[in-house]
Design a protein around this ligand. Structure first.
Ligand code: ADP
Ligand code: ADP
Ligand code: ZN
Length: 212
């Protein structure tokens, strides 16, 4: 089961990816989390991407494709994987096809821009594992602490309202076209994202044929 999760920043891709990981036992590959980890570790990649990420612009395709190709080739991806936040441009989608990365379903979580700001101002992410929480809609068991790994929860710098507005523009300009690309391949599944987390999860599992 090879999945792509599409959707605007804050649509709930990371949240749903975690639930699918629990249900199906396949890994989630979040390019955003991988890039943030590289920045934390001060690697060359981290230094190269910092400015793009801080301003909410896309990181160049060739940097992304390198890390994704390497990751999906690892043994834990043999039975499937979830791509969260990649591809984000037509060039990235075409490159995955060209590399022979098979995709079964592309789930697009549809959320109005007007809903996004509230999601982002309440978002807290684990500084250790990247898990995503919300102070109201998906609060951790202990305030400020990750349920999964006990890491401390932080506010992402790029969740500041001005940066979120730019990220939404980038989404509409560069990423939304992917829906058409995958629709032509017969793989696109649209999910109404203005619903609670569990209802969305049930619908995703249904459209990918994984409902128990
Ligand atoms: P969100 O889903 O909330 O928009 P992500 O964690 O997926 O956030 O992405 C955060 C930032 O990481 C993006 O604004 C961009 O700078 C960079 N990024 C992540 N994935 C990609 C990608 N596939 N292509 C280009 N840039 C990316
Ligand atoms: P993405 O990975 O698409 O950027 P996240 O999964 O991090 O989005 O979700 C963004 C924020 O919205 C987080 O604070 C998350 O807890 C919250 N959230 C996710 N799904 C929902 C939902 N269906 N209803 C309300 N809040 C949600
Ligand atoms: Zn954690």
């Amino acid at each position: 089961m090879n999945l792509i999760l599409l959707g605007a920043p804050g649509a709930g891709k990371g949240t749903q990816a975690e639930l699918i990981v629990e249900k199906l036992g396949i890994p989630s590959i979040s390019t955003g989390n991988m890039l943030r980890e590289a920045m934390r570790n001060g690697t060359d990649l981290g230094k190269q991407v910092k400015q793009y990420m801080d301003e909410g612009s896309l990181v160049p395709d060739e940097l992304i494709l390198g890390i994704v190709a390497e990751r999906v080739a690892q043994p834990d991806c043999a039975n499937g994987f979830i791509l969260d936040g990649v591809p984000r441009t037509l060039a990235q989608a075409e490159a995955l096809d060209a590399k022979g990365v098979r995709i079964d379903h592309v789930v697009s979580i549809e959320v109005d821009d007007s809903v996004i700001e509230g999601r982002m101002t309440g978002r807290r992410v684990c500084s250790n594992c990247g898990a995503s929480y919300h102070v109201v809609a998906n609060a951790p068991k202990t305030e400020g602490v990750c349920d999964l790994c006990q890491g401390s929860l932080i506010i992402r710098k790029d969740d500041a309202p001005e940066t979120v507005r730019h990220r939404l523009e980038v989404y509409h300009a560069s990423t939304e076209v992917l829906k058409q690309y995958y629709n032509q391949q017969g793989k696109l599944r649209l999910i109404e994202g203005n619903q609670d987390i569990q209802s969305i999860n049930d619908q995703i599992l249904t459209v990918i044929g994984a409902k128990a």
